[in-house]
Write a protein that binds this ligand. Structure first.
Ligand code: MET
Ligand SMILES: [Zn+2]
Length: 796
């Protein structure tokens, strides 16, 4: 039978109701036995395979299941286990220790009871998604060995025994090494890591042989790095790795080189030389790459078209997808094209069927993972029917009617979404069109603003502040639950929040901080809180996606033009200000962070959505200022995450990201002090853009690498005020005043002391009150010492 196939690159392993999360966490808590863990995980895999089969998927992935993370699994499978975990016996304990650390007593490999305390391996963002993978640690003389029973082979056989022939998914050797880091200092950089290919690839070969023996045919080899910036070293690594990988390739095997998140049309010269049998391209991110890819696709290769978005929640515009598919089929023939998801569905919630509270109009525009399966198979059927009679005749009239019905329903949904009043708000569009450069600029330069602000807020030298949140205790969370479930009235809940806020303000006063915050007790999450108050945002009940390990997040959905029906935070800041003479700092989440941590519209550029968010937040800034809150922080922790994967695209992104921040922040008087806060990443390479944001004060996380941040300050210079975090809030450890003093002293080599603030490196919501109080008392003590020391400009 000659026909187009349907294919999925990966399925959300966590389950419809986050079953896998609960199972694994139960195992960690000692409530689920190892046997149950294995057995129930298997049941979940089977369920997911059957679901995909029943929805019409031909190429169903296996090997996309993991107990923690697939990159970790790859490292584990090839025996790349860092020395510090090697005393732990092989098995779940060792595996989870690598993912999340292990403290406690275990039986070591010799069978003795020993105390162990090993930290987890490092975690990093999976390309530009919000999923975090475990970073393999490899030494220069790393040796690899293939696990005697690789789970990927076991899973393939497991599915096969049910009569489901799956497509095993492997992380390709080059991307695997490029995702890793050197375990020792000499091994930094891609060059050194790629030197390990000759040691690694033979084990991939053995694995492929085992898969062939088990009966596998197509293997999906993920090489997302193919779309990124390639150095000659990396290109050469690809050539050598794949030449070696396919030496003695078992005759039945076919390799599908799989790319996503970036375009590869400009890489086809390299790709076409690789001895594989097919290529997958992401046509969601880059539909325009199709022509270039087709032009250079080697004869006989299969082309898998990523037409259904694995990273967002919208229904696919099937007509548009079919147009691309037709272009491909016309050129290479029906037997060589697959209809596929753009990437793994890991980044997409499980199913819409559990969303009982979503507005039906909006729900009709969405497709989660399960619904996307149907889209992929409908695309297949529609294409096969189009070519029916020419090369194939596999359809019957009943099926054709069904496909037509689905296509026309899809057309109606897409059309409705384009024109719905819920989506299109002419007032917002008009306002955005009127934004002019004067709205993106403060009315005075920093040098003029800062003294006015210092005077107005009576700020001492080395002002002290915090990043916004104070402990979100059990009581706070339980109060919120009571309110949400209706057990508490709004008045009851607000009274409770006021009480917490007052406690927080009093404590800050007693500690002697200079710029206070209200504590953010009313916020569940720094994006969701704003989303709930803005028009154009929707929320799901069960729209969970994997963040890392067993942790999931539930991003809100921006579906329409965003605007702000009423003030969102003013009441809390104003209330806190009634309690104290000290300045209260208003607290907002910035436009880029709101964008990054939501599912966003695919019907307009991200930059437009960011600017709509910015306009809404600009109004909030104005309202705070009018209400006499004249220190305002606009958090942008996610600004670095939005960076495109290729450097050539960075400037364009940074331009609009900075512009969105400026639109939010620039309307204020010169005496109003704008703070911003960033954390979670190295900001060194975007330093010039951070300067362009022109915040009066930036508080920035640096606890994990003082040195790097200092180098950036040195290299690029920074001319406004800054508060590089003086201690790491992620640890319960209370830092001493001396310790913070040492850190501060080091920073002062690079920063003018008149412009330095003292603060922790992020919000305090995960800490308890005792830790917070002691740490902040030490912080104000550090400030006291340094004020004395620098009173006369003394810099010794
Ligand atoms: C992830 S950044 C957090 C900033 C926020 N204002 C807080 O303190 O929690
Ligand atoms: Zn932070």
């Amino acid at each position: 039978m000659v026909a187009v196939l349907s294919s999925v690159l990966g399925f959300p392993r966590v389950g419809a109701q986050r079953e896998l999360k609960k199972l694994i966490e139960g195992f960690w808590a000692g409530k689920v036995s190892e046997a149950d863990l294995s057995q129930q995980a298997q049941a979940l895999r089977v369920q997911h395979w059957k679901l995909q089969r029943d929805r019409g998927i031909d190429q169903i992935p296996s090997g996309d299941f993991s107990f923690y993370d697939l990159v970790l699994d790859t490292a584990y499978q090839f025996g790349a286990i860092p020395a510090r975990y090697q005393s732990i016996p092989t098995g779940f304990d060792q595996y989870f220790a690598m993912g999340r650390g292990l403290q406690g007593s275990i039986r070591n490999v010799e069978g003795e009871e020993v105390q162990i305390d090993v930290p987890a391996m490092e975690m990093k963002k999976w390309f530009d998604t919000n999923y975090h993978y475990i970073v393999p640690e490899l030494s220069t003389n790393q040796e690899f060995s293939l696990n005697s029973q690789p789970s990927i082979v076991a899973h393939f056989s497991e599915a096969k025994s049910l009569g489901i022939h799956t497509k095993p998914v492997l992380l390709g050797p080059v991307s695997f090494l490029l995702l890793s880091k050197g375990a020792d200092h000499e091994a930094a950089g891609d060059f050194e890591l790629l030197k390990l290919l000759p040691q690694l690839v033979p084990h991939y070969r053995t694995l492929l042989a085992k898969l062939a023996q088990a009966g596998a045919t197509w293997i999906q080899v993920d090489e997302p790095y193919l779309g990124l910036d390639l150095t000659p070293t990396v290109e050469q690594a690809y050539q050598e790795a794949y030449a070696s990988l396919t030496q003695d390739l078992p005759g039945a095997l076919r390799l599908l080189l799989t790319t996503y998140f970036e375009q590869v049309d400009d890489r086809m010269a390299l790709i076409a030389q690789l001895p594989v049998h097919g290529l997958h391209v992401d046509l969601i991110r880059h539909p325009e790459q199709l022509s270039g890819v087709l032009a250079k696709l080697p004869a006989n290769w299969v082309l898998s078209l990523g037409l259904v978005n694995g990273r967002n929640v919208w229904k696919t515009d099937l007509d548009a997808a079919l147009q691309l598919a037709t272009q491909a089929v016309d050129q290479v023939g029906i037997d060589r094209v697959w209809m596929a998801t753009s990437c793994s569905l890991l980044h997409c919630p499980f199913s819409l069927e559990f969303e009982t509270k979503l507005d039906p109009e909006i729900k009709d525009w969405l497709a989660f993972s399960s619904e996307k399966l149907t889209e992929v198979s409908i695309l297949r059927d529609a294409i096969n029917q189009r070519y029916e009679g020419t090369e194939t005749d596999t359809t019957n009239p009943a099926d054709k009617a069904k496909v037509d019905a689905v296509l026309s329903a899809n057309r109606a949904s897409c059309q409705a979404r384009r024109t719905s009043e819920r989506v299109v708000n002419p007032a917002v569009k008009e306002r955005l069109a009127k934004v002019d450069p004067s709205m993106l600029k403060r009315n005075a330069p920093f040098a003029e603003r800062y003294p006015v602000q210092t005077e107005k807020q009576h700020l001492p030298l080395f002002p002290t502040t915090t990043i916004g949140s104070f402990p979100q205790t059990k009581e706070v969370r339980s109060a919120r639950r009571k309110y949400k479930s209706g057990a508490w009235s709004e008045e009851q809940y607000n009274a409770f929040l006021r009480q917490e806020t007052e406690k927080c303000v009093r404590l800050q006063e007693s500690i002697g901080l200079d710029v206070l915050v209200h504590g953010e007790f009313e916020r569940n999450d720094m994006v969701e809180y704003f989303g709930e108050k803005l028009r154009g945002y929707a929320f799901t009940q069960n729209g969970w996606v994997a963040s890392y390990g067993t942790r999931c997040v539930k991003p809100p959905i921006v579906y329409g033009d965003v605007d702000r029906p009423q003030p969102m935070t003013v009441e809390w800041s104003v209330y806190a200000q009634t309690l104290t003479e000290k300045p209260i700092k208003g607290m907002l989440t910035g436009p880029v962070t709101c964008l990054q941590w939501s599912f966003v519209r695919d019907d307009q550029p991200r930059s437009v959505t960011a600017h709509q968010l910015a306009l809404a937040l600009r109004d909030e800034v104005s309202d705070l200022e009018k209400a006499n809150i004249t220190t305002i922080q606009i958090d942008e922790p996610a600004i670095r995450e939005g960076l495109p994967l290729r450097r050539a695209k960075w400037e364009a992104y940074l331009d609009w990201a900075v512009s969105a921040f400026l639109l939010t922040s620039s309307s204020v008087q010169k005496g109003t002090q704008i703070h911003t806060h960033m954390c979670y990443s190295d900001f060194n390479d975007i330093f010039p853009a951070i300067q362009r944001m022109d915040a009066d004060v930036i508080t920035i996380e640096n606890s994990r690498s003082d040195l790097k941040l200092l180098r950036a300050f040195e290299q690029h210079g920074y001319y406004n005020a800054s508060g590089p975090g003086l201690y790491d809030i992620h640890s319960p450890r209370v830092p001493t005043a001396e310790e913070m003093g040492e850190r501060l002293q080091a920073l002062l080599q690079y920063l003018p002391y008149q412009l330095v603030w003292l603060n922790p490196d992020c919000g305090l919501k995960t800490r308890n009150w005792t830790e917070v109080e002691s740490a902040l008392r030490n912080l104000t003590e550090t400030a006291r010492v340094f004020r004395q020391k620098y009173a006369n400009g003394n810099t010794n």
